[in-house]
Ligand binder design. Structure first.
Ligand SMILES: *Cc1c(COP(=O)(O)O)cnc(C)c1O
Length: 368
């Protein structure tokens, strides 16, 4: 059994993907070829935004977004402490200071009450300027945008949605990638919508932000090819990856349904025995991960491993406890719930092609 079975997906799409790659090889437009622009249109349609802009990976997508929003030294950018490192890393890369926010035990996502508290603290300290919030759609579940939005408006901050894991999720029919001033996703192979290498995208409906991001991803280019108008980066989405994603995006809505069926089967079998993941009624998760919280995690991992069932721990260490961020001090990083989660979470095999037999095997080992 695979934790994420990319080969099973490839088997169902092989002919189409191979043909797409061959087309790129024959037209030779490897950088910013027609597939990139076609994919950007399809992605924007899917997310319900005016623009989708391809880039090299999900980390660059976040960095480009912060650069476009003008995040700079002296700014405080709030993000969850229980997330993948990239979310916080890009804040420091822009010279700003990450301020870590606690998580909700029930959804694993940023806790709105704690966000409010952390913003107040930073305002009282009068050292940093609260500028933006990066909310993460952790494990596929959209963050609580209705509540977060109220706080962001109250303090007049900017909102970035990190939908690296959440692309394909929804709140009341509105899709991930459309929340906030700007949103990002990753096409790393293991993400819900993955390619066969690195890739990422930025989503916005703001004309000015879109044009800045398009310039930034190509060295800050202006309308004259030989006059760069700002300092940018080199972060384009490869044409071959765009070609692969065009085929994968076709089956993506169906795959989200399949992921939800797998999650429902896990929950039906396990909810009386374990603390299973909660999805609020108005939300759809893209189930990047199916994550249990258990007090005897190591014993569970051993039990699964003896039965040849892979499992993973996302994430064992909160951002405020990582070596790279320890110098920020604990003062602004009181996150007891996230620390508890880091000790208890364990993720089970999850992908759209998981068979009933495989699901039964996992749940029966866990029920023993
Ligand atoms: C994977 C991930 C990223 C970074 O994406 P890459 O394409 O690997 O750079 C950022 N944020 C979150 C929450 C992620 O899971």
């Amino acid at each position: 059994m695979q934790f994420i079975d990319l080969k099973a997906q490839y088997r169902t799409l092989q002919e189409k993907i191979d043909n797409r790659i061959k087309t790129v090889l024959s037209h030779g437009g490897f950088i910013m070829g027609p597939e990139v622009y076609e994919l950007e249109e399809r992605l924007a349609e899917f997310a319900g935004t005016k623009y989708a802009i391809g880039c090299a990976n999900g980390t660059d997508a976040l960095q480009l977004s912060l650069m476009a929003l003008g995040v700079k030294p002296g700014d405080a950018v709030f993000c969850p402490t229980f997330t993948f490192f990239a979310t916080a890393e890009v804040i420091a890369l822009c010279g700003a200071t990450p301020v870590f926010v606690d998580s909700e035990l029930s959804t694993f996502n940023m806790c709105p009450q704690d966000l409010d508290k952390k913003i107040k603290t930073i305002l009282e300290q009068e050292e940093l300027t609260p500028k933006a919030v990066i909310a993460v759609d952790l494990f596929g579940l959209p963050a609580n945008y209705p509540e977060l939005q109220k706080i962001i408006e109250k303090y007049d901050l900017l909102l970035i949605e990190d939908a690296a894991q959440g692309f394909g999720g929804e709140i009341n029919g509105k899709r991930a990638g459309s929340f906030g001033d700007i949103a990002t996703t990753s096409f790393f192979p293991a993400k819900p919508l993955g390619c066969y290498g690195d890739g990422g995208a930025i989503f916005t409906s703001n004309d000015e932000l879109a044009s800045i991001v398009k310039s930034l991803r190509v060295h800050g280019k202006g309308s004259d090819k030989y006059d760069n108008v700002r300092v940018g980066v080199n972060s384009r989405l490869d044409t071959i990856q765009a070609a692969i994603l065009l085929e994968k995006l076709q089956v993506f809505p169906e795959e989200i349904k399949l992921r939800n069926k797998v999650a429902d089967k896990y929950t039906l079998a396990l909810s009386s025995l374990y603390s299973t993941p909660q999805v609020p009624d108005e939300m759809v998760s893209s189930w990047a991960q199916y994550t249990l919280t258990v007090s005897s995690r190591d014993a569970m991992i051993d039990k699964l491993s003896v039965a040849n069932i892979p499992s993973m721990v996302y994430y064992r260490t909160c951002m405020h406890e990582q070596t790279a961020f320890k110098h920020l001090g604990k003062e602004n990083a009181e996150c007891p719930q996230a620390e508890a989660l880091a000790k208890q979470v364990v993720s089970l095999p999850m992908h759209p092609y998981l068979s009933d037999e495989e699901i039964d095997k996992v749940t029966s080992v866990l029920a023993e």
